[in-house]
Design a protein around this ligand. Structure first.
Ligand SMILES: [Zn+2]
Length: 68
Protein backbone atom coordinates (compact mmCIF):
# COMPACT_ATOMS: atom_id res chain seq x y z
CA UNK A 1 0.00 0.00 0.00
CA UNK A 2 1.17 3.46 -0.80
CA UNK A 3 2.42 5.75 1.92
CA UNK A 4 2.06 8.84 -0.25
CA UNK A 5 0.66 11.82 1.58
CA UNK A 6 -0.76 13.48 -1.52
CA UNK A 7 -1.22 12.89 -5.22
CA UNK A 8 -1.03 15.34 -8.10
CA UNK A 9 -1.30 14.92 -11.85
CA UNK A 10 1.91 15.82 -13.63
CA UNK A 11 3.06 15.68 -17.22
CA UNK A 12 4.98 12.49 -17.79
CA UNK A 13 8.52 13.38 -18.96
CA UNK A 14 8.53 10.27 -21.12
CA UNK A 15 5.23 10.33 -23.00
CA UNK A 16 3.57 13.63 -22.05
CA UNK A 17 0.44 12.06 -20.59
CA UNK A 18 -0.92 13.00 -17.20
CA UNK A 19 0.74 10.72 -14.70
CA UNK A 20 -0.35 10.35 -11.09
CA UNK A 21 2.50 11.40 -8.83
CA UNK A 22 2.51 10.55 -5.16
CA UNK A 23 4.34 13.01 -2.93
CA UNK A 24 5.80 12.80 0.51
CA UNK A 25 7.50 15.74 2.18
CA UNK A 26 7.59 17.53 -1.17
CA UNK A 27 9.40 14.70 -2.90
CA UNK A 28 7.89 12.37 -5.52
CA UNK A 29 7.78 8.87 -4.12
CA UNK A 30 5.50 7.16 -6.61
CA UNK A 31 4.66 7.65 -10.27
CA UNK A 32 1.86 5.90 -12.12
CA UNK A 33 1.70 6.76 -15.81
CA UNK A 34 -1.35 5.59 -17.81
CA UNK A 35 0.92 5.22 -20.80
CA UNK A 36 2.67 2.31 -19.11
CA UNK A 37 6.04 4.02 -18.97
CA UNK A 38 6.88 2.34 -15.69
CA UNK A 39 8.60 5.52 -14.57
CA UNK A 40 10.05 5.42 -11.09
CA UNK A 41 9.87 8.36 -8.72
CA UNK A 42 13.63 8.82 -9.02
CA UNK A 43 13.43 8.90 -12.81
CA UNK A 44 10.56 11.36 -12.68
CA UNK A 45 12.51 13.62 -10.35
CA UNK A 46 15.64 13.40 -12.48
CA UNK A 47 13.81 14.20 -15.71
CA UNK A 48 11.49 16.89 -14.41
CA UNK A 49 12.79 20.39 -13.88
CA UNK A 50 13.09 21.47 -10.24
CA UNK A 51 10.87 24.47 -10.94
CA UNK A 52 8.11 22.09 -11.98
CA UNK A 53 8.54 20.06 -8.82
CA UNK A 54 8.36 23.11 -6.58
CA UNK A 55 5.40 24.54 -8.45
CA UNK A 56 3.57 21.25 -7.99
CA UNK A 57 3.83 21.60 -4.26
CA UNK A 58 2.84 25.25 -4.56
CA UNK A 59 -0.25 24.39 -6.54
CA UNK A 60 -1.27 21.89 -3.91
CA UNK A 61 -0.78 24.42 -1.15
CA UNK A 62 -2.85 26.97 -3.03
CA UNK A 63 -5.62 24.47 -3.69
CA UNK A 64 -5.67 23.21 -0.14
CA UNK A 65 -5.95 26.71 1.26
CA UNK A 66 -9.22 27.22 -0.64
CA UNK A 67 -10.81 24.08 0.80
CA UNK A 68 -12.85 25.65 3.53
ZN1 LIG B 1 4.40 8.21 -19.53
Amino acid sequence: MSTSERVTWETCPTCGRCAAVGWRDGIPVEVDCPGGCGLTAAEFTGRTRPSVLSSSVGRWTTAASTWN
